[in-house]
Design a protein around this ligand. Structure first.
Ligand SMILES: [Zn+2]
Length: 286
């Protein structure tokens, strides 16, 4: 999965650090990230950006995280000019999700996590309580309001993924209105006031009209492309297997035989790992 980058280690500890020549600097706008034109599809260093004529003031470069000895920064410029959006020598802006298709796992994790942080920094420039401009705290990753004292912490949206099983079949879905056309599992955001297990029961009933029992937690996954922390569960069907599909959410919802889920693991997403695990037998996980 995206987080399985061993022997490398992701370190999200907050530090006050200045950008250095060899630091990777993420330049982003909308859902676009500046990437190198090469098979590796990696990201520019501060030295490369400066050499290509990008004027990045060090105070606008925000430390994000480290992976091994490599430090990653965000260029906090939320108003790129049209010229800047054209990219620079050797680099162009590409859809953030494209890293999933061709990047190494640690590069993919770095990009999705940087995007999550970019979205949070971009969308929290002003206090939601009084409208004043927020300032960065220096001890932790937090933005605070100098006027009213509001403290704004990084926003992570927890969501569940559910493998609903019925003997040697698992329930698979396809979304009705998303670019992603492959099989998925039941999934949805946790509502305020719910446990994750409550979310599992509610989402399964809402999306396919089924009841579940024996809910077992499997694994979690950071998914910065959508600001999520994904929580994977398996659950057994309880009662009728008749599917009542929520048509505005799902184009397909069907029971898929165990042998047809072989080889579905793409090495990146928790959903795909869970599908593949079902083909091998869930006793391997619990
Ligand atoms: Zn305020």
């Amino acid at each position: 999965m995206i987080q399985d980058i061993a022997p490398k280690i992701y370190d999200g500890t907050f530090h006050r650090k200045d950008v250095e020549a060899d630091s990777i600097v993420f330049c982003m706008y909308a859902n676009q990230v500046l990437m190198r034109h090469s098979v590796e599809h990696t990201f520019p260093t501060y030295r490369e950006l400066s050499g290509a004529g990008y004027i990045l003031e060090k105070k606008d470069c925000q430390f994000l995280f480290q992976i091994e000895d490599q430090t990653y920064f965000l260029w906090k410029n939320y108003h790129l000019s049209d010229d800047q959006k054209q990219g620079i020598c050797g680099f162009s802006y590409q859809n953030i999700r494209s890293v999933r298709e061709f990047a190494l796992l640690d590069v993919c994790l770095a990009a999705s996590t940087a995007y999550h942080l970019f979205v949070w920094y971009r969308d929290n420039q002003f206090c939601g309580r009084c409208g004043s401009r927020l300032i960065d705290d220096y001890k932790e990753r937090m933005r605070k309001c100098p006027e009213c004292g509001n403290m704004v912490y990084p926003k992570i949206a927890p969501a569940v993924i559910v493998g609903v099983t019925n003997g040697d079949r698992i329930l698979m879905t396809k979304y009705a209105d998303r670019e992603y056309k492959k099989y998925a599992l039941i999934a949805g955001f946790c509502e305020i006031g719910e446990t994750a297990e409550d979310t599992v029961r509610r989402e399964v009933f809402e999306e396919v009209g089924l009841h579940v029992k024996n809910i077992r937690y499997y694994k979690s996954q950071p998914w910065g492309f959508d600001s999520n922390l994904l929580l994977g569960f398996f659950a057994d069907l309880d009662g009728s297997d008749h599917i009542t599909r929520q048509e505005d959410e799902l184009a397909v919802a069907e029971w898929v035989a165990q042998e047809k889920t072989t080889g579905m693991d793409d090495g990146v997403s928790l959903t795909r790992e869970m599908m593949d695990l079902f083909s091998k037998g869930l006793e391997r996980a619990f």
